[in-house]
Design a protein around this ligand. Structure first.
Ligand SMILES: [Zn+2]
Length: 253
């Protein structure tokens, strides 16, 4: 079963790649079929086998031999691992499907934010709708919990945004980040959202510090926050409850 889930994850990842490339360009994610972004050649089914095609072609387009982005095999492998993790945690359940679906949306958000410095509103809206459908079906966090989550996720970032504009006179937090965090809150409920928020601050801070130390980024450079929200939300969906007990426990010794 593990193998089936991983293979399924690779295929989903391949579709997420299409979304990551096309959504910021306002293109349909369904039609037409995949083309090489450099030479425009229609890709054959043999070129579209996740990861394996990339390895066989040694990372180059079969037609124009220009390099294919490392993002393609990375997103495919990542998605396969995610699907497997959700399967191991929740089995073949509706809960696993719900969280895996949110995970997929977050992967798309993270990679679009990395390459375009924007979080498309359509994806935030998709998260809100998925959360609403789940609530109507009685899956995951309830409506009240979701509304608290929306506040727990959105309000601190709004506060940070206001403070950084007033005190530092610069934009510290984008509107897209605030909307994304609020939508995550709506889907996950307030407890997992609190964990997501705390994790994203720690992980984001640590990575920013490393990028500055190794001089990969300068102090004035923009570091997108969306990928950290996405990663933290995924960690929360998988291990959130455990982290919560550990975190609370560490205060009372
Ligand atoms: Zn090409």
């Amino acid at each position: 079963m593990d193998f089936v889930v991983m293979a399924f994850g690779l295929l989903i990842g391949s579709f997420l790649n299409v979304c990551i490339y096309r959504i910021p360009r306002d293109e349909s994610v369904v039609f037409p079929g995949s083309r090489c972004p450099d030479c425009g050649a229609r890709l054959k089914p043999a070129d579209l086998v996740p990861v394996i095609s990339f390895l066989l072609l040694k990372g180059r387009c079969r037609y124009c031999s220009r390099p294919i982005s490392w993002r393609y095999p990375l997103v495919e492998t990542l998605t396969a691992c995610l699907m497997w993790l959700f399967y191991r945690h929740y089995g073949i359940t509706i809960m696993a499907a719900y969280y895996a679906f949110i995970g997929c949306l977050l992967v798309v958000v993270a990679f679009i934010d990395l390459s375009h410095q924007e979080i498309p509103n359509g994806l935030v809206l998709a998260l809100m709708v998925v959360g609403l459908v789940a609530k109507l079906a009685g899956i995951g966090a309830g409506v009240v919990d979701g509304l608290y989550g929306l506040l727990v996720g959105g309000a601190p970032l709004v506060l940070i945004a206001v403070i950084s504009v007033l005190a530092l006179r610069r934009e510290g937090m984008g509107g897209g980040d605030i909307k994304l965090m609020a939508a995550v809150g709506w889907c996950l409920g307030w407890r997992l959202t609190a964990i997501t928020l705390i994790l994203s601050v720690y992980i984001g801070g640590l990575v920013a510090l490393m990028l500055l130390c190794f001089k990969i980024k300068g102090r004035k450079d923009y570091i997108p926050y969306g990928p950290f929200i996405a990663l933290s939300a995924i960690i929360s969906m998988l291990w959130g409850e455990r982290i919560l007990y550990w975190y609370i426990g560490s205060f009372w010794g």
